[in-house]
Design a protein around this ligand. Structure first.
Ligand code: ADP
Ligand code: MG
Length: 686
């Protein structure tokens, strides 16, 4: 086939691949994958090393392995939960495979005497070495085939096996010259793009695996990484370029801001004041603002945003405040209502409002009576029409993922000012290279009344000590957040909210604790939170829904289960739920009895520092090859190849290319942003 017959991968839906039907396509969509190009650009986050066959006797806990062995014994239990246990041996020893979720047919594969190749991660279980939900295949040849297998970001409904298969189908199409991928980097002598894509998905097993990991030397990796860095730069630079020539309304009224400030029960910190002044200069400048206000948890970003909003409403225009959760939206609503008093109409707009009430609210927004509209992404729903939307404030901006495209375009008349709030501090050096073009204000210090939170770590073995401590704390008036990670099917070894509930049931009076989780209705959540706020409930058992912004000043203890499974930024955010009142506050990090060296180091950082910026820096230093834990929570755009951002050589090369692309027509610039950071388009799409 000649080259001009190749079809652009960006124009083909994933359903073009054999075996991908509508239902799989909708699962893939959750990962941001719609076209075959999207699939090809869904790069591995790490690899599984199956280049060497291991012997069972040589396995140690917490290692990835691949073994070959025969099934010695299979047993099933139904209490306490359904489970299948398979004992597999080779000529050096044995290991147990544990399955919690399995289809009945699995019993036919794991027959006594069957020869299998198993790969997974080892752990120390009750009966010795075991592995949970390993991958397996029936051995078809005596010869072991070394492989380096890609590991991808997944979502519910798709397995590694499945996604590997369809990605392989797509890379085959490139290799057979059926499809092509457009190279957006101007004339260059870089590694060929298509070849790089193919090799990153399926490295040659004789290559060194390190070369494909973070910081790796593979030219393919460098090629793709460079494009990602360029795309990121373009995404901000192009907004800046566009904004320069756009008119925006000028807001310089400050009487209301002064009035609000003087009625606060506290005075603003120096950092808050200077952040306010910087932002105010932007909205008075005549060009659309796009600014990030970053500051540690509890640093007081909300009041700064509110003071800015007051300038807008003083001129009779509207402000939308977008929060990631209903709980948080309500909290903002209460705060804003208190601060603004009766000086303007404020309303709360979430997705679960009775139709009639909603109609009234929408009417008021459309007529311009409501000046400040606070809500979840419901504030951008189709039927919401604004009268004069001039400022949009996004709280915890990084939580608005690619899938929650914000439809600001149809909402605002002209070019609204945009303010992004983020509690995940980004170290300065990194901010300059990664967020080039975005204006940033920083609140570094916390309000003076804050006491540092005392953080300790405790192994699960010492749970008794923890329970005693909590009992005595609540009897002397303390309130406690008790947090579990959300558990995915394959991670049944972790302590989930149900397991924890069982523990608490035996140890505490039923009225002492309540459970809050993501699946509850907003009404239920609100009631539970209310009873925690007014101290009827002493312990709030929660999944990470509480992470974002909740403010209950009297709660002074937080326990975090499986803390080794959280990213440092997220732990720091969670910890920020306490330390808001006058009492001494504590954070207790529960963890597995045996911790890897890296986990120990990470927990140590959190225990020793209360400074979000310091933690963020240390966190980045610790991220060695292949370690992506918590990256999506850092607030940085989630780079697949982010190692390159610290590399000067690549930075310079990327700057050079970006300068060229920025001269191209805007449609050309959009293409590369669309490929890598579609969410960023929403910020400029106005
Ligand atoms: P975040 O920056 O994490 O969003 P908030 O805006 O929720 O923090 O502020 C946390 C708490 O600190 C709120 O209760 C707020 O009223 C209070 N606060 C804000 N600024 C100050 C200040 N300068 N002095 C004392 N308390 C403050
Ligand atoms: Mg906040």
């Amino acid at each position: 086939m000649s080259t001009d017959q190749k079809i652009d991968a960006a124009s083909l839906p994933v359903t073009f691949i054999r075996g991908v039907g509508e239902s799989l396509a909708s699962t893939l969509k959750k990962l941001g994958i719609v076209t075959i190009e999207d699939l090809l650009f869904h790069f591995p986050i790490s690899y599984q090393d199956r280049t060497e066959l291991n012997k069972i006797a040589e396995l140690t806990p917490d290692k990835e392995f691949v073994i070959r062995g025969s099934v010695e014994k299979v047993s099933q239990t139904f209490v306490p939960r359904k489970m299948m246990l398979v004992k597999v041996k080779d000529n050096t020893g044995h290991i147990f495979l544990r399955f919690f979720y399995y289809f009945p047919g699995l019993r036919n594969i794991f027959k006594e005497g069957a020869n299998l190749q198993i790969s997974g991660t080892s752990r120390l279980g009750r009966y010795g070495l075991e592995t949970i939900h390993p991958e397996y295949e029936v051995i078809s040849s005596d010869e072991f085939v070394p492989q380096i297998l890609p590991k991808y970001r997944l979502t519910k409904g798709i397995t590694h096996q499945k996604i590997r298969k369809i990605v392989a189908a797509a890379t085959d199409m490139i290799e057979n010259h059926k499809i092509s991928v457009c190279d957006y980097l101007p004339a260059n002598n870089l590694e060929n793009l298509s070849e790089s894509i193919v090799n990153i998905h399926s490295p040659n097993p004789t290559d060194k695996i390190e070369d494909y990991l973070i910081g790796g030397q593979s030219p393919y990796r460098k090629r793709i990484g460079l494009e990602e860095v360029v795309a990121n730069k373009i995404s901000y630079l192009s907004i800046k370029h566009q904004n320069k020539n756009k008119p925006a309304e000028i807001f310089n009224e400050i009487n209301l801001a002064n009035k609000i400030e003087s009625s606060l029960p506290f005075s603003l910190t120096t950092d808050q004041t200077s952040a306010y002044e910087e932002i105010h200069r932007d909205i008075a400048s005549g060009s659309p603002m796009l600014r990030l206000l970053q500051g540690d948890v509890g640093s007081g970003k909300t009041i700064v945003a509110a003071l800015i909003a007051s300038s807008i409403v003083s001129s009779g225009k509207q402000v939308a405040v977008l929060a990631p959760t209903t709980i948080l939206a309500k909290q903002h609503f209460n705060n804003f209502s208190e601060w603004f008093g009766d000086s303007c109409d404020i309303d709360l707009l979430t997705s679960k409002i009775p139709a009639k009430e909603r109609r009234t609210k929408l009417e008021n927004i459309k007529e311009g009576r409501t000046k400040i509209i606070i809500g979840t992404h419901a504030v951008f729903q189709k039927d919401v029409e604004y009268n004069s939307l001039s400022l949009v404030i996004y709280d915890e901006q990084h939580r608005f993922g690619v899938t929650q495209r914000l439809k600001l375009k149809e909402k605002a008349e002209e070019y609204p000012h945009q303010l992004l709030l983020s509690a995940t501090p980004i170290p300065r050096t990194m901010a300059m290279s990664v967020l080039s073009g975005l204006d940033i204000s920083t609140i570094k210090s916390l309000p003076p009344n804050r006491k540092p939170i005392v953080t300790t770590e405790l192994s699960n073995q010492r749970r008794d000590a923890l329970i005693n401590r909590i009992k005595s704390a609540i009897s002397s008036g303390s309130q406690v957040y008790w947090v579990c990670p959300l558990i995915e099917e394959s991670e049944s070894a972790l302590i989930g909210i149900e397991d924890l509930e069982k523990i608490l049931k035996d140890e505490f009076v039923a009225d002492d604790y309540k459970i809050l989780h993501g699946k509850m209705s907003d009404k239920e959540k609100g009631e539970i939170l209310e009873s925690f706020k007014n101290k009827e409930t002493k312990i709030l058992l929660a999944t990470t829904v509480i992470e974002v912004g909740i403010d209950v000043p009297d709660a002074n203890i937080i326990v975090i289960e499986n803390s080794e499974r959280f990213g440092l930024a997220q732990l720091h955010q969670l910890r920020g739920r306490v330390g808001r009142g006058s009492k001494e506050s504590y954070c207790i990090l529960m963890h597995d009895d045996s911790l890897s060296e890296l986990s120990q180091k990470r927990l140590k950082i959190i225990c020793e520092s209360n400074d979000g910026f310091h933690i963020a820096e240390e966190d980045l230093k610790l991220r060695g090859p292949g370690d992506i834990l918590g990256l999506s929570q850092t607030g940085l755009p989630s780079f697949t190849f982010y190692d390159l951002i610290s590399n000067d050589e690549v930075q310079n090369e990327a700057n050079r290319i970006a300068d060229e692309i920025i001269q191209l027509p805007i449609e050309e610039q959009r293409k590369i942003i669309e490929r890598w950071f579609p969410a960023h388009l929403e910020l400029s799409d106005v």
